[in-house]
Design a protein around this ligand. Sequence first.
Ligand SMILES: [Zn+2]
Length: 214
Amino acid sequence: MRLCLIEPNLVRKIFQFFRAGYSYIEMHLIWTIKRNCEKFKCNSCMSPEVTATPVGSRDVTGLPMGKLKMSFTIIVHRLKCHNCGAYRMEKLDFLPNQKSHFTKSVACCAIDLRNEMTIKAVSEHLDLHWNTVKDIEKIYLKKKYSRIDLSEITAIGIDEVYIGRKGFLTVVRDLTKGAVLFIGNGKSGDSLAPFAKRLKSSACQISTVAVDMG
Ligand SMILES: [Zn+2]
């Protein structure tokens, strides 16, 4: 394995960070990365007048290259803002959320691959847990369906779908076109609350509601 071939541009894609080192163990490349000092900004007021103190590290899975697994050890800092006085952890913009243990690129790739592959195959390819791939997909679908225009909808069907140990999902469909309009967690009335709110604000005229069609 010639590391020099895969090194260029790899970590530079993670904007504002530089490579502080790497280790390579059995087809697994781990980059240690750290934000450039001059790139720190306060999360609250965006002032660059901050003092950054390293407080630990985070391990995050990146996209594999062929059979080579890739991950990052990120040196994380706590920021003290001299402008507004805020005292917060630095924000890692390349993660889907601040608790994620994989990058946004990994989440996007998982979504794309799910068109062609099973959850199991995607989780093995991206070195993620089965539940993680499932959760990535769920978040993506929720966002996607929250943008659907409901103003022309006149008939909806509501299904409760059993998804194993995690319980139920409530799926709302447009009965005219068959399109999925909403997916909620669980099967109680509460799971439909976000959808009900959207219906109200869309001013649609629903005349038919079919429940539990199996
Ligand atoms: Zn500030």
